[in-house]
Design a protein around this ligand. Structure first.
Ligand SMILES: Nc1ncnc2c1ncn2[C@@H]1O[C@H](COP(=O)(O)OP(=O)(O)OP(=O)(O)O)[C@@H](O)[C@H]1O
Ligand SMILES: [Mg+2]
Length: 330
C-alpha cells in the first residue's frame, strides 16, 4: 500500500551559536511514521518537540540533514515540485500575516491561484466553491484588513486548497482563535476530511481537539517519536492521573516551593511550571487530589510561602508526555 506520507529515518539537525558556543539541536531525530490515505492524523508534543520542523521538511520548505520521506509517493528530496503539487500547508502562527490585507478575500485567492499556476477558468470556479465552503461568499469583496481573525484563518485555509491537493498539513490551525472560531475551524477540517477525503496532518496543544478530530496520534519529544496510538489509548493512560495546580503568589518563592512540594509523599511528581511576571503556577501529579490539597497548603504555609490558589486540575497532554517519557527512561 502506498501511504499519503511515509518517512525514513527523517532527521534534521540545527547548529546554532550562542555566545560563541556551538550548539547542536536534533530537532527531528530518525523519525519513521506512516500516514494512511484519508487519515486524520495528529502530531503532538511539547514546545520544541520538532513538529513544525518535521512538517517543514515534508512540505519541502527545509531540507533534511539525513533520511528522507515520501509524500503522495514522491520523494521530498528528489521530487520537491511534485511533492508541493500534492499538499496544502497552513501554519497558525503566521496565519493572517501572509495575506494581502488591502485586497479582498477573493482577490487574495486569485493572486495566489495565479502564483500556483492554476488555469484561470479552473481557478475562478474553485475560488467560488472554496469561498462557499468556508462561509465567506457574503464577505468575499470585503478587504481582508476588515476581517476577524477567524475569517482570516478561513481565507488562509482556502488558499491552501487552491490547487486541490489531496494532503493537508495543518500546523496549529486553531492557535489564537476564540472558542467559536475554533469550533468552526474544527468543523471545517473535519468536513475536508470526511466529505472531500483529504488526508490531514494536524498539530495542536489542545488535548480536547486532538481527541475529537484525530483517528491516530503520534507523540514527539526531543525530536523523537515516543508514542503512536489512537486517542482512546492515550485517554486510557490518563485514567489514573490526578492533578493539582498550585498558584504561588511571589515568583521569588518558586524554587523553595518546588523543593517542598516534591518532597511531600502524596506528590508523585512536578509536571509543569509556568512562571509569570509576579506569580507562578506549579502543576503536580498526586495520588489523591482531596488529600493533597490540605497537605500542600499546610506545608507551604509552614514555610511562609504565600499561595493564592490550590485547585484540582483536569489531565492534560503534559501529563501524558511526562508519563511516557518516564516510562521510556524507566
Ligand atoms: N531554524 C532553526 N534554527 C535553529 N534551531 C531551530 C530552528 N528551527 C527550530 N529549531 C529548534 O528545533 C527544535 C524543534 O523546534 P520546532 O519548532 O520544530 O518544535 P515544535 O514541536 O513545532 O514546537 P511548538 O509546539 O512550540 O510549535 C527546537 O529546539 C527549536 O528551537
Ligand atoms: Mg511548532
Amino acid at each position: 500500500m502506498e501511504y499519503a506520507v511515509e518517512t525514513f529515518d527523517l532527521t534534521k539537525v540545527f547548529e546554532s551559536k550562542e555566545g560563541g558556543v556551538k550548539r547542536i539541536i536534533k530537532a527531528v531525530d530518525h523519525v519513521n511514521i506512516k500516514v494512511r490515505r484519508g487519515e486524520f492524523f495528529g502530531l503532538l508534543g511539547p514546545n520544541g518537540a520538532g513538529k513544525t520542523t518535521l512538517i517543514k521538511m515534508l512540505c519541502t520548505i527545509i531540507l533534511p540533514t539525513k533520511g528522507t520521506a515520501k509524500v503522495n509517493g514522491y520523494d521530498i528530496i528528489r521530487e520537491p515540485m511534485k511533492v508541493r503539487s500534492c499538499l496544502g500547508w497552513f501554519h497558525g502562527e503566521t496565519g493572517g500575516r501572509s495575506l494581502y490585507w488591502r485586497l479582498s478575500a477573493e482577490d487574495n485567492l486569485r493572486f495566489y491561484a495565479y502564483l500556483q499556476n492554476v488555469p484561470k477558468d479552473i481557478a475562478e470556479r474553485r475560488i467560488e466553491a472554496l469561498l462557499e465552503f468556508f462561509g465567506l461568499t457574503k464577505d468575499k469583496k470585503k478587504l481582508v484588513k476588515d476581517y476577524s481573525t477567524g475569517m482570516k484563518v478561513r481565507v488562509m485555509l482556502a488558499r491552501a486548497l487552491l490547487h486541490n491537493p489531496p494532503i493537508l498539513f495543518m500546523d496549529e490551525p486553531t492557535i489564537g482563535l476564540d472558542t467559536i472560531s475554533a469550533v468552526e475551524t474544527r468543523r471545517l477540517l473535519k468536513a475536508l476530511n470526511t466529505e472531500l477525503g483529504k488526508t490531514i496532518i494536524f498539530t495542536s496543544h489542545n488535548m480536547f481537539e486532538v481527541e475529537q478530530l484525530c483517528e491516530r496520534i503520534v507523540m514527539m519529544k526531543d525530536g523523537r517519536v515516543i508514542a503512536d496510538a489512537p486517542p482512546s489509548v492515550l485517554r486510557e493512560m490518563l485514567r489514573d492521573v490526578r492533578a493539582v495546580e498550585v498558584e504561588i503568589r511571589e515568583n521569588g518563592d518558586l524554587s523553595r516551593a518546588i523543593q517542598a512540594l516534591s518532597s511531600l509523599s502524596i506528590v508523585r511528581r512536578v509536571v509543569e511550571v509556568k512562571s509569570e511576571s509576579l506569580s507562578a503556577i506549579v502543576r503536580l501529579q498526586v495520588d489523591d487530589e482531596y488529600e493533597a490539597i490540605p497537605a500542600i497548603a499546610g506545608r507551604l504555609h509552614n514555610l511562609g510561602i504565600k499561595v493564592s490558589a490550590i485547585r484540582r486540575s483536569e489531565p492534560t497532554l503534559e501529563d501524558i508526555f511526562v508519563k511516557l517519557t518516564r516510562e521510556e527512561s524507566a
